[in-house]
Structures are given as structure tokens and as C-alpha cells.
Design a protein around this ligand. Structure first.
Ligand code: TRP
Ligand code: ZN
Length: 883
């Protein structure tokens, strides 16, 4: 209600009511409120006069009324913290403009106009790392999702597509390299030691794909000839000192381009592809058209400084951003609710690529592990949302494992149901039908339906219903027939209850107990709350292997006898199912032991079954070591906590450590024999990656069962390591032990790599995630280390994300871990809100933790909520977590 016009509010009682105003809630934006923008902006020309502390931007927008939209007498141009220097329309200065929450509103009477706007910004003062900012003396941009409005006034939304022409000028000494989207069309020298370059991007794009980089950079260059004969120049731009670590990135880019032609029929569409590595970056990387900007973490790699996992991550992220050129850029999103249209699909594409590069079995297991540790907790907590959300206050909060990773799983299910060839026909149709458009998830589903010949009517529920479905499995056997009884239930999530049954594709196999064989994999599709499926020709009850390859992102609820799990862990021919059987065996045991408790006999029986299964894994000569390494890994504490309605982190941790110690001792000679074998494999030797994985896994068990021996082995592994995988693995184990070698090697590591940002990040992380009983004290000391800074997101994450993921430290009974994360959020929020808000979910899990800790967690969330001037990002996450 408008107070001024309410007669009941007199002068007197307005004063009485003069209590501090309720902090204003950032508005809720709803998917169903989507309206097309009333104006088109077919072209924009920009001029940048570059300076670290002051950059002048002049942009010229060609605008025309959007035919079918309603007649609007104004145009709203988004802005965020911008200083308006001048504005003209059709060459005439405008005076009757107005501002609304940072947006510029201009009167426009005709059907077509030219708007010229000058703004001035201070990149060096931009600590949010959104818009144009300075990093190590260079200038770069990050515009997704809403950063462009921090550069100039513009309809900063993904359904407004424009062609960009950009001219930039600046000091030749400070910024010898000037880059933008598309192709360089002209360059020259200016006055006073300046130079300039003009770039043109022929492909219309939304503002979030704009990028500009200016700095002192060198390139590792290569070429790629496309299937259509286009010769593309490839450059990976870095600081001179980093050049030696860029070969893997260039090679990964070439492989990605080749693969996308072969597997998805997608050809690159410019003569130039630039990648720039930046130290200060909020996320992994950004797919700006023709000019990707990357976190250095996903570009730089060599054997001395990067682990095998780091090499894979570089390859995967380079592929991801490259694949966006079609799934994201050529076909973009209508609005940010459609984010999974580009992200879910592109994650699936990068996963399939990595499967082809690195081997399908292990990659699938890794991807499921990520989904379960990052996405399942979202789905079962206060921040649960569908892969296509219905509302948000701050879009940055929706770059989640749900939108990305569950989004990929949902599209993978379509592929499973269609088969790869028909799925390809669907994606071809999608790209063809929507090229040059801003599309919706619905457009994607429709194209797959039409192209692959599927009926996805019910399947669409995966886009609207949040929560991980639970699938109950029962099996009966009689008269040669097996009857499989499947049920499903989609749990309630905030704002959603009484959900409908989904379409769930499940791959399964029925194993003969004696021969260990099965009669072929089958695909059943569960689409009712309850259904039965029968299979004939079974003289004896078979062993059921279900959700093979993790064909659906669900939780399977079944109670298999532990001898059946041991059977599957040893013999299943589906690698994922084999891994899964091993996980289930351990999860069942730890949950029982840490929950209602097991008596001694129960604990012994549980441990004996796990010992038998792990023993078989350690000695199976037909298994490759990469897969062996996966099978040796115990389920993470996060995943274990996720299995319990209310978890006691202390008890789970104790049970898990106790089990490790038991296994390390019980299988001592098997572990030793294995270590002796893999230790001898040279860095480049046959199966060397697997050998390195197994090596550190053995140390992990030894650390629990025989810390002195483990310290000795790890110190030795560290000292003779000729690569980062072995060195980091050894140091990780040492960091958790209370021995002299721990201090020695931590000092050595720091000295050896001082000045190498990415490796020093590892040094911070290893100490913050360590099993050491004093991890909290270590983190506090590291906070005061001269290399710690709140300004660099990689460094903040290295210390504090690692710490928030360290169950025994973060969940310390005193609540000190919670307090430290809350303090961090409050201190970081004004500097970098996007990064600060990403720490909130760790505290938001309070409902699923035992009551004493839950109260302490809630208390910290309330303390954050009470702070004045919270960012939209943190406000939204905290209020949803308390709500
Ligand atoms: N589109 C990017 C990707 O997934 C994500 C991204 C990079 C991003 N930087 C960001 C999202 C900053 C939000 C804010 O490849
Ligand atoms: Zn992406």
C-alpha cells in the first residue's frame, strides 16, 4: 500500500512507526512472468578507452521496435553501479531520462533509433569479478549471467541478440595484446604510446557472451582444419612464465574440435579461437564467442605441477567451453530459467567426450560420485530446485550441480531410451531448427521427440519436479519365473509436494549364481508408482544387477544379501554396477553401525564381508589399476551422511575411520604386495595412471591402520616422486598424520613451489581437508599466512571450501567450524558476493544433522541473516536455508 495516500497514517503515527525499516527483500523473478523485450537491438558498436583505474565506454545501440510486442514509450536499459556520462538519441542529448534501481529508462517515441551512451568504470575497484575487472595488471571481462550491465547500459538478457563491433585503445606497454570476440578487422598506433584494435563478431549474440581482454600475454598457438576445410588459428594466452604449461590445453582444444565434428556433427564457425587464462575468476571458465576466458586452474598443466586429475579437468573444461559454441552460443537460452538447456546438455557432451578420451568405466564412476556428493545433497535440502527452476532472486545462485549435473543426467536418460543414433538425429534437428535463436528447454525436448521418435510427455516431469526419486526393488522367484516389483516415490521438496511418478529408465541384468553369466542386459522403463516385470527361464533365483551404468539419477532401495553384493562386487561385467555393489556393501554397514548401532557380532560380520570383497579387488589380476583404484575408494562422508535422515557426523567419521583401520590391518599383506608392484611403474609406463591412483589409495588405508609405517612410506613416496600425482598423494596422507615427516614435507612443498599460485592452492587445501586432529588450528593459522588473500577466489576456495568439506573439522562439536565459515561469509560478502554465497549450503544442511550441532549451525545462519547490507546472493541462500 502507498503510505503517503493512506489517511490513517498521520504525521504523528508515521513518526511512532519510525523503527528501523525491514531490510528490503530482493524481488523474486518468476519463469511464468517471461515477456519478450519490446525492442530489438540488431547492432551495437562499442568503444573502450582502457585504463586499469578508469575505463571510458561509449556504446552505440541500433534499436527497433520488436514487431509483435506491445507499444512501449520507453526503453529500459539495465545497469549496475554505472556512472552515466552522457546519453543521446539520434544524435540529440537526452535530458528526460530516469533511473530505476541502476537501470536507465529512456523515452523513445519512434520505431527505430540510435542510442549513444557513455559510461565510466573503475576496473581496479571491481572485486566482484563481474563486468570489466583487473587481474594481475591485465583487464578482462566476465559477463554471464548479468555482468554486461556493469560495463554499459543495455538490455542485459539472453534473448536480445546483437552483432558487436568493438574498438579498444590503451597503453601499448600495459596492454600489448588487445582481444575481443570474433575477428580482428583493423589495428593501429595512437598518440602518447597508445595503440588500438577493432574487432567484429559476425555472429549475433546475447550480451552475456561478450568478452574483452587487454594485457601483457603470450600465446601457445596452433591450427585446426575443420571438416569443411576452414583453417582455424588457435591461441592459448597466458603470462609469459606460464607458457611452458600450455601444451596440454592446446592439444585438448584440438581433440575437442575433432570429437564434436565426429560425434555431434558440429563444425567451428570462425577463423580464430582464443583462450585466455586469468588468475582471478569466480568459476571454472566462460564460453564467450571466440574468446573463452579461463581460470588458470583449467589451462595450466605439466607433470611437475598438475596431478592426473588436474590434466583430466583441463581437458574436460576446455571441451565444455568449446562445445558451448553450439550448445549455448549458436543456440542460446531465452531466459535464465532455461540455463540447463545449455549447461546440462554441454555437461553431457563433455562427459561423453571424456569417456571417449579417458575410458568409459572410470569416467562414469567419477561422474556419479560428483553427482552424489554435490547434487544429491541439494535435492534433499532447503535449496532443492528442479533442473529448470521456477523462480530466483539472484541467478548466480542457480549455477548449481542440479542445473549442470542432474541436467546432464536427464538428457543422458533421453539418449539411453533413444539409443545413440536416434539421439543424434534428435540433436541434429535441435541445432538445425534453433540455430541463431534463444531457445527453451521445451524446444529441446520437442526436437528430441521429433528427431529421435520418442514420446517424452511424462518425461518432462524431470524438468519440473525437484528431488531424487527413490526406487524400491523387490524380486520373487517361482516356477522358473522372476518377478521384479518396482516402486517409485519422489520426495517432497520446498514448495513441492505430492509429486507425480516419473519415467525412469533402468538397465538391468540377471546373473546366474553358478556360472556368473547373464543372458543380456535389459532396459525397463518404470513409469508408474508401482509396476512388475517378469522374466522367464530361471531355474534358480538369479542375482539382480540394476541401474547399471547409473542409467537413472535415482536412489535404489533394495536389501540384497551381503553375499549377493560380494558376488556383484567381484563379478559384475558392468563396471559401474561393480563399483556400486562395493559402495552398497560399505554404506549398509556404516549406516547400520553409526545409526542404531550394531552389536559386536554384527560389526564383525559386516566388516568380514567388506574384507572379502576388498580382498578380491586387491588381488584380481584381470582388473586394470584405474578401475581397482575406484573400487578401493570408500564412500565419502558426505554421501554416507546423505543416506541417513539425521546424521551424527562424529559417529559416521569414527565408523568410517575404524573400518579403514580394520581393512588396512586385515589385508596388510595384499596391500603391501600391491604397493610393491605399482611403485615400480615408471611415470610414463604401461598403466602408469592406474598405478599412481592405487599407490595413494594404499597409503590411505595404511594411515588408518599403521600411521608410523604410513608416514615412512608416504615420506619416501614424496621424496622420490617425479610427478605431482605421487607427490600430492603422499603429502595428503602425511598432512593427516602427527609425525615429523608431516612438518618436513609441508615446508619442502611450500619452498619448492613458492610463487606458483595453483600449487600453493594445493598446499592450502591439503592442510584444510586433512584428517589431522588440529585441522581447525591449522586453518586459522593459514588464514593469517602472507599468501592468503580474500581477493582471489581460488585461494579462498583452496582454504575454506576444503575446510567446509572436512567433516571432522567443520562439524567439530564446539561449533567452531560453523563459526569460521559464517565469519568467512560475512567478510567475503562485500568483496565477492558470488563466491561468498557458495559457502552457505554447507551450513544450510542443519536439518539433516543431529540436534546439538543443528542448533549451532542454525545460529550461524541467523547471525549472517541479521547482518546489514547483505548481497542479494547471500541473502537469498541464507533465507532459503533458514526458511
Ligand atoms: N557458462 C560458464 C560455464 O559453465 C559458467 C560461468 C563462468 C559463470 N563464469 C561465470 C556463471 C560467472 C556465472 C557467473 O561454462
Ligand atoms: Zn557451461
Amino acid at each position: 500500500m502507498d503510505i503517503a495516500r493512506n489517511p490513517a497514517v498521520t504525521e504523528e503515527n508515521t513518526q511512532l512507526a519510525d523503527a528501523p525499516p525491514e531490510p528490503k527483500q530482493p524481488p523474486l523473478i518468476r519463469r511464468e512472468d517471461y515477456q519478450p523485450f519490446p525492442w530489438l537491438v540488431p547492432q551495437i558498436a562499442m568503444k573502450f578507452d582502457l585504463g586499469l583505474e578508469a575505463t571510458r565506454v561509449v556504446s552505440t545501440l541500433t534499436v527497433a521496435r520488436n514487431g509483435n510486442a506491445h507499444h512501449s514509450p520507453t526503453i529500459r536499459l539495465n545497469g549496475d553501479g554505472l556512472e552515466l556520462v552522457s546519453v543521446t538519441v539520434d544524435g540529440e542529448p537526452v535530458t528526460d531520462w530516469s533511473m530505476d534501481e541502476g537501470d536507465l529508462i529512456l523515452p523513445l517515441s519512434g520505431d527505430a533509433h540510435e542510442i549513444e551512451i557513455a559510461t565510466e568504470i573503475d576496473p581496479a575497484a571491481n572485486t566482484q569479478l563481474m563486468g570489466l575487472y583487473a587481474s594481475n595488471g591485465m583487464l578482462c571481462t566476465q559477463c554471464e549471467a548479468e555482468g554486461f550491465r556493469r560495463i554499459t547500459f543495455f538490455p542485459d538478457r539472453p534473448d536480445v541478440l546483437s552483432t558487436y563491433t568493438v574498438r579498444m585503445s590503451g597503453s601499448k606497454e600495459q596492454f600489448p595484446i588487445l582481444l575481443c570476440n570474433g575477428n580482428k578487422v583493423a589495428e593501429g598506433e595512437g598518440e602518447n604510446g597508445t595503440h588500438w584494435a577493432e574487432w567484429h563478431d559476425p555472429w549475433p549474440k546475447p550480451s552475456y557472451l561478450f568478452a574483452l581482454v587487454a594485457g601483457d600475454l603470450v600465446a601457445n598457438s596452433g591450427t585446426f582444419t575443420t571438416c569443411g576445410g576452414r583453417e582455424v588459428e588457435l591461441n592459448v594466452w597466458v603470462r609469459e612464465a606460464d607458457l611452458a604449461r600450455t601444451d596440454h590445453a592446446v592439444e585438448s582444444l584440438r581433440k575437442s574440435m575433432q570429437w564434436d565434428e565426429e560425434v555431434f556433427g558440429r563444425e567451428y564457425d570462425l577463423d580464430l579461437y582464443n583462450i585466455v587464462a586469468v588468475s582471478d575468476f569466480n568459476m571454472g571458465a566462460m564460453e564467450n564467442k571466440g574468446l573463452n576466458v579461463f581460470n588458470t586452474k583449467y589451462v595450466l598443466a605439466d607433470p611437475d605441477t598438475a596431478t592426473d586429475a588436474d590434466f583430466d579437468a583441463v581437458e574436460g573444461v576446455i571441451a565444455h567451453e568449446y562445445f558451448h559454441n553450439w550448445s549455448g552460443n549458436r543456440v542460446t537460452c531465452r531466459d535464465w530459467f532455461q540455463l540447463s538447456l545449455k549447461e546440462g546438455f554441454t555437461v553431457l557432451r563433455d562427459q561423453l567426450f571424456s569417456q571417449d578420451m579417458q575410458g568409459e568405466a572410470v569416467k562414469r564412476i567419477e561422474d556419479v560420485r560428483i553427482l552424489r556428493s554435490a547434487q544429491f545433497p541439494e535435492d534433499s535440502g532447503p535449496l532443492a530446485h528442479p533442473i529448470r527452476p521456477d523462480s530466483f532472486r539472484e541467478i548466480s545462485n542457480f549455477y548449481t550441480a542440479t542445473v549442470y549435473n542432474k541436467g546432464a543426467e536427464v538428457i543422458r536418460m533421453m539418449r539411453t531410451m533413444a539409443g545413440p543414433e536416434k539421439f543424434r538425429a534428435g540433436t541434429d534437428l535441435y541445432f538445425d531448427r534453433h540455430d541463431g535463436e534463444a531457445a527453451t528447454c521445451e524446444d529441446f525436448i520437442k526436437a528430441i521427440e521429433d528427431g529421435a521418435g520418442l514420446d517424452l510427455k511424462q518425461f518432462r516431469l524431470w524438468y519440473s519436479q525437484a528431488g531424487t526419486p527413490k526406487v524400491g526393488v523387490g524380486m520373487e522367484h517361482s516356477g522358473g519365473t522372476v518377478t521384479l516389483r518396482l516402486t517409485q516415490h519422489v520426495p517432497d521438496t520446498p514448495g513441492q509436494s505430492n509429486k507425480q511418478p516419473m519415467q525412469i529408465p533402468l538397465k538391468l541384468a540377471l546373473f546366474d549364481r553358478d556360472s556368473g553369466e547373464h543372458d543380456g542386459e535389459k532396459l525397463v522403463v518404470l513409469d508408474k508408482a508401482e509396476d512388475t516385470f517378469t522374466f522367464d527361464g530361471f531355474a534358480k533365483p538369479p542375482v539382480l544387477s540394476i541401474n547399471r551404468g547409473f542409467s537413472a539419477p535415482v536412489t535404489i532401495e533394495r536389501s540384497l544379501a551381503s553375499e549377493d553384493l560380494v558376488f556383484l562386487a567381484a563379478r559384475d561385467d558392468d563396471s559401474f554396477a561393480r563399483y556400486e555393489a562395493m559402495q552398497e556393501l560399505v554404506v549398509g554397514h556404516i549406516v547400520a553401525a553409526a545409526g542404531d548401532g550394531l552389536n559386536e557380532a554384527g560389526r564383525e560380520a559386516g566388516r568380514a564381508a567388506i574384507r572379502e570383497a576388498l580382498g578380491a579387488i586387491l588381488t584380481d589380476e584381470s582388473l586394470d589399476d584405474s578401475m581397482r583404484g575406484e573400487l578401493m575408494m570408500l564412500p565419502s562422508q558426505t554421501y554416507l551422511m546423505e543416506q541417513m535422515l539425521v546424521a551424527d557426523p562424529g559417529r559416521i567419521h569414527a565408523e568410517r575411520e575404524g573400518l579403514k583401520a580394520f581393512l588396512g590391518e586385515a589385508l596388510k599383506s595384499e596391500f603391501h604386495a600391491l604397493y610393491d608392484r605399482v611403485e615400480k611403474v615408471p611415470y610414463d609406463g604401461e598403466g602408469a595412471r592406474g598405478a599412481r591412483k592405487v599407490k595413494t589409495q594404499v597409503l590411505v588405508y595404511a594411515a588408518a591402520s599403521d600411521p608410523d609405517k604410513a608416514s615412512e612410506l608416504a615420506a619416501h613416496q614424496y621424496a622420490k616422486a617425479d610427478n605431482m600425482t605421487d607427490r600430492q598423494g603422499a603429502l595428503m596422507v602425511l598432512a593427516g598424520l602427527h609425525t615429523a615427516a608431516r612438518t618436513d614435507k609441508l615446508i619442502d612443498f611450500y619452498r619448492r613451489y613458492q610463487g606458483n599460485e595453483l600449487v600453493i592452492d594445493k598446499w592450502f587445501s591439503l592442510q584444510a581437508i586433512s584428517l589431522h586432529p588440529n585441522a581447525i588450528e591449522h586453518v586459522k593459522a593459514l588464514r593469517d599466512h602472507e599468501d592468503f588473500t580474500m581477493r582471489n577466489p581460488n585461494r579462498v576456495r583452496a582454504l575454506y571450501m576444503a575446510f567446509a568439506g572436512n567433516p571432522q573439522a567443520f562439524h567439530a562439536e564446539t561449533g567452531e567450524g560453523y563459526r569460521m565459515i559464517a565469519d568467512l561469509i560475512l567478510e567475503l560478502d562485500p568483496i565477492n558476493a558470488q563466491t561468498a554465497a557458495r559457502f552457505v549450503p554447507s551450513l544450510g544442511r542443519w536439518r539433516r544433522i543431529e540436534p546439538v550441532r543443528a542448533a549451532l549451525m542454525r545460529q550461524e545462519l541467523e547471525r549472517i541473516a541479521a547482518a546489514p547490507n547483505l548481497s542479494r546472493d547471500t541473502y537469498e541462500q541464507v533465507s532459503r536455508s533458514l526458511g
